[in-house]
Design a protein around this ligand. Sequence first.
Ligand SMILES: [Zn+2]
Length: 206
Amino acid sequence: MKLPDFKDFESFNELRKKIGTEELGYFELFDPAIHLTGSERSALEDPGMLLKADGLRVLPDKTLAIKNSRVLAYIPDEIWYRNHREYPSYHLAWCSQLEAQLVEHPVLEYLVTTKISDDYKLLKIRGSGEVSLSEHGLVVCKHCLHTLRYRDYDEFRNRRRGYSQKVLNEFSLKGFYRFYQQYPLSFAKSTLTEKTERDEKKSVLD
Ligand SMILES: [Zn+2]
């Protein structure tokens, strides 16, 4: 069956004029390969998903994503931080530390979540050997801020050390996601560009 071309459909065009939109708009059909389902969204929010670093999607701007949502990722194990003498932190981008950890510990699992909070769940083992999951304050990874040059953060330029420290101290996830939209991400433009490039190549070959 051939569908009518709604761009030439007079009643629709009149309606469009009435509501004052010139643009035709854009929509994406739901595709479970690239769009999160409702249950995946709630799982990502709480408790999150366990994934190895190579299971994360790295967007062209270097931020991390699962399908069409930006995410943060952290190692949900208190002992890891104790052994490495590090304060627990979460990653927002594919930074130098994630890169190094993937090489050294390829099977290491990260808890990936969309939750915006000051506290995240960490696995703790008590002296008695009892394992428990409890909330712990996490800070943002400074290598991630450097990777993104978030608000001009630079971890290597000494002259900017005071300024970068201020950016780190004032960092808030809410502020971050105002700048980097968390959900839903639309890949329409990039898909379109890829398609056009491919078509151009094809026409050159032809
Ligand atoms: Zn990082």
